[in-house]
Every structure is written in C-alpha cells, then in structure tokens.
Design a protein around this ligand. Structure first.
Ligand code: BGC
Length: 340
C-alpha cells in the first residue's frame, strides 16, 4: 500500500522466480517458447502493468512472458466456467466490488472492432462506478466520497465494499458520539480518524453473540480507546453495523439480480429446459469472511428472484478464482498458438 510500483513488480517477479525454482527436472520448455503467465491486476495505476511486470521479470533474469492480462472479475468468470459450465456471471465482493458476464455481440453497440467467432464477448462491467438518482446517498456517503481519494467515482462501491463499510460505520458512530454522547461526555479522539474502523473489525463486532457484547466492547476499547462502554452504546454500535452491512448486501444482491434479468435468468426455467441451472461465481474476502453480509446477499437475491426462479440459481464461492482463471486463459492461449 505504501511502496513504489517498481517495488511491487520486483516483489512479484522475485516470487515468480521462487516458483520457477521449484520446477522438477522433468519440466522442459519446448524449443523457442517462454513460460507463459496469466496476470490478474484490477486497479488502475496509470501505467502499462504488463510492461512494468515484464521489465521486472527481465531484471530478475526470468524467462517468462505475460500472455493474458485480466481484471479479477474476468479471471473469476473464466475460472468459474472452467469448473462449472453453468456459471453465467462472476462477482467480486472484496476490498472493491465489480462484476463480469458474457454478452452477445449484437447487444454491444459500443464495440466497433472485429467480431469474435463465438458471437459473444465478456463484459467487465466496472459496476463499482454505477451511479444513479435511484441510488439514494446519505449524508455519510456524501461526506465519505468528498474526503476519499477518488471523489465522484465508484459510488456504488463506496456503499458496498470492504474498503468502505467500516468507514461508513465510523462516520455514523462519530455523529452519535457528538450529537447523542454515545460514548459519554467526551468524543473519543481516535473516532475522528479516517478509516480507523476497518471492515474486518466491523465484522468481528457484528458477529459478537455474547449476552453482554463483550467482544464488541473489547474492539471499541482497542480501536477507539473507549475503556467502558455502556450496554446501550454496544447495542447501538451492533445495530449500526447491522444496518450498514444490510444496505451493502442488499445493494450487491440487486446488482446480481440486474445481471440475471439482463440474461433472462430471472425467471423459473421454462418447459423447454426445466433442468437449466444458473450459477454466479463470487470471490473476495468480504463475501468469504463476513458471514452476516454474504448470507444477506443470498437471502436478498432469493427474495428478488422469487421462490420458483431462486431454486435454479446457485451462488458459488470461487476461492482465488481470478488467479486460476488468468492461468487458464494463458494456458488456452498457448494451446491456440501451438495450433496456429
Ligand atoms: C476496481 C475493479 C475491480 C474491483 C474488485 C474495483 O475497485 O475498479 O476493476 O474489479 O475493484 O477488485
């Protein structure tokens, strides 16, 4: 998070070198070929990341070439379809959020290039950047956006993803501390600090099932330095976590439902293909670790689809799906080159 991009790419190249060192003696590269690498990189850095990684690999003396660069959603989609042919969309719910799905080319008026033979293209939606008057924003969202690194951008992401949920909670608690003395007469100074409340801490507080919310109380002490919190303050904090997570989860489910609707998979399978399954592959730490969030996503999706349609839709965790998908794309590209 704090290093330079050269340090980052040098680190990746060094790790790749370590991996290559583990190759057995029976591994031989065919004449005239390099090791081929699939690379998932999902954050804009204003640089050509393939060129950056290639130079780092050269500095390392590594005989390897990047042949597939993909966004994490596209990698998850590729890995997801490889593992299960019924995957129609991939969603990332982690530090950031985004989705990808396969679309017919004739539904993509923007595309002016050569048409793929399959008649389909993958759409990386960049849905985190969705904004609309129909997406109501609270004062907290507006202030968070204003003070963020990318004001005016990624509005939907700022209501849903792991980078921001804890920060929304912090802002609400701060207001309650000021206006309603939530933590006593003094507003804890640490609560003023941007991003001091991380989403994993919010999740830990939210999952506290002890009768006196002692774990939540301990977190508040750890993070905010508030020694003694009243039961009322703990319950209110729990409720705030619940509402912020619920809003994020319901918004994420609405996005998934939107894709299914676009693909005509929001209805119960018709008589023609009663066995049709629809699978959505999901990756990301938020979804994986924040159980009250992920169960809310699934419950809302079922609610939106209705019972009949929901029975044919499966949401599947695709652990490290994006890296595996990128590797598979590089592998299939290498096969294609051989045939050529
Ligand atoms: C990025 C997307 C990425 C998503 C999930 C967002 O912040 O803009 O490209 O797919 O995070 O990692």
């Amino acid at each position: 998070m704090v290093g330079t991009s050269t340090e980052l790419f040098d680190f990746i190249a060094a790790e790749l070198e370590r991996f290559v060192e583990t190759e057995g003696d029976d591994f031989h590269l065919p004449e005239g070929r390099h090791r081929e690498l699939g690379f998932t990189f999902s954050f804009p850095v204003g640089e050509d990341v393939v060129a950056e990684l290639s130079s780092a690999m050269e500095r390392q003396g590594l005989d390897m070439k990047v042949t597939a660069l993909v966004n994490d959603t596209v990698g998850t989609l590729a890995g997801g379809i490889y593992a299960d042919n019924d995957v129609v969309a991939a969603v990332i719910l982690g530090t950031g959020t985004n989705a990808a799905y396969v679309e017919h080319v004739d539904a993509i008026p923007k595309w002016k290039g050569p048409l793929p033979r399959s008649g389909n293209m993958v759409i990386n939606m960049e849905w985190g950047n969705f904004k609309s008057d129909k997406l109501p924003r609270s004062d907290y969202d507006i202030a968070l956006d204003f003070e963020s690194l990318n004001p005016g951008e990624q509005m939907y992401e700022k209501m849903i993803s792991g980078m921001y949920l804890g920060e929304v909670v912090r802002r609400i608690l701060l207001r309650l501390a000021h206006d309603a003395s939530l933590f006593g007469d003094v507003v804890p100074s640490k609560l003023e600090k941007l991003f001091v409340l991380r989403t994993p801490d919010m999740s830990a507080m939210h999952h506290d099932t002890s009768h006196d919310l002692k774990h939540l109380g301990a977190k508040l002490k750890d993070i905010l330095g508030v020694a003694d919190t009243s039961m009322e303050a703990r319950y209110i904090t729990l409720h705030v976590c619940d509402k912020v997570a619920e809003r994020g989860a319901r918004l994420a489910a609405a996005g998934i439902y939107g894709i299914l609707k676009k693909l005509g998979r929001d209805r119960a399978p018709s008589g023609g293909c009663p066995k049709q399954r629809t699978v959505v592959a999901i990756d990301g730490g938020l979804y994986e670790h924040y159980k009250k969030f992920s169960s809310r996503v699934e419950a809302t999706l079922a609610e939106l689809l209705g019972e009949a349609a929901a029975s044919s839709v499966v949401v599947k965790m695709a652990n490290d799906g994006s890296g595996i998908g990128a590797a598979l794309l590089a592998a299939s590209h290498s096969q294609y080159n051989v045939v050529e």
